[in-house]
Write a protein that binds this ligand. Structure first.
Ligand code: G
Ligand code: G
Ligand code: MN
Ligand code: NA
Length: 254
């Protein structure tokens, strides 16, 4: 059996699972959200990391069904956590470009929100810079419709793509997620520190929120807080964990 045909059946065999990594306010340490990250527990191979199967799923088109499974599962969890008084907790969901091209994404999201009793403000969709550069008009339409529904949009891995900064003004974007390669250098490298300060300054001017990814040390968190970064994610707080383990965590990391 090829990995592709096994992946095709992974969802119905309940081999897929979402883990969640807390997103923390640098102001007061409160857990204000989380990022949903896909995991495949393969019966023979064990845990297959997404870096090994997302690309296959994208190349074969399987990502469209897989992505819908992820959306539904993450919205279900967001609704459950917010209804249980964990509120307000925003769940971030990663999207691939194929999910915009091959379907009416805004319609799909609207149906899933409705089915799962999830409010639009309880989710954020994470897209990459490359998606915006390839736009044929369809992406802008879908993002605008999602935004008008009340769903927020984040740019993932910010700074690692083609950096055509003009898209920041053209597209409805709420949040920039600074890639962890930048965060890892803020303390050790002068240029790294200046780059992160410049990104924070651009985001502030454009009214966008910033999430620092891959925060591993107190020194990094202190630097980010001192320069006006609002939110952080990383091993300093928590690795990605199953739903039940996140729900059992204290709501504050300070
Ligand atoms: O935790 P980590 O190894 O999980 O994730 C690696 C990368 O895989 C992430 O940076 C993310 O871009 C991608 N990824 C994780 N989950 C999903 C998902 O549900 N959909 C898509 N399209 N990408 C994902
Ligand atoms: O969507 P994205 O590419 O940002 O996925 C996040 C990836 O980064 C996941 O693979 C996750 O496990 C990983 N990650 C999360 N926090 C940290 C961290 O503090 N350090 C490192 N090295 N990786 C992290
Ligand atoms: Mn992401
Ligand atoms: Na990232």
């Amino acid at each position: 059996l090829t990995l592709e045909s096994e992946l095709r059946r992974a969802a119905e065999r309940m081999e897929l699972e979402l883990h969640y990594q807390p997103k923390v306010s640098l102001d007061d340490g409160a857990m204000v959200g989380s990022e949903a990250l896909l995991r495949w527990c393969h019966p023979r191979l064990g845990m297959v990391p997404p870096t090994q199967f997302i690309q296959i799923a994208e190349d074969t088109g399987l990502i469209v069904d897989l992505g819908q499974w992820v959306l539904r599962e993450a919205c279900r969890t967001a609704a459950k956590w917010n209804a249980a008084g964990m509120a307000p907790h925003k769940v971030a969901i990663n999207l691939s470009a194929r999910q915009f091209q091959s379907q009416n994404l805004a319609g799909v999201v609207a149906d899933i929100l409705n089915d799962t009793a999830c409010r639009p403000e309880w989710i954020e969709l994470e897209i990459t810079e490359s998606l915006l550069l390839d736009d044929n008009g369809k992406t802008l339409d879908a993002l605008s419709e999602l935004r008008s529904m009340g769903v927020s949009i984040a740019i993932d891995d910010f700074g690692t793509g083609y950096s055509a900064l003009s898209y920041l003004a053209r597209f409805p974007i709420d949040t920039l997620k600074i890639d962890r390669s930048f965060i890892q250098s803020v303390i050790t490298d002068h240029y790294g520190a200046e780059l992160v300060k410049a990104i924070l300054s651009i985001a502030r001017s454009l009214g966008q929120q910033v999430v620092a990814e891959g925060v591993e040390t107190i020194e990094q968190a202190a630097f980010l807080a001192a320069h006006g970064c609002q939110l952080a994610q990383g091993f300093l707080y928590s690795k990605p964990m199953p739903e039940a383990e996140i729900a059992a965590l204290p709501r504050n990391f300070s």
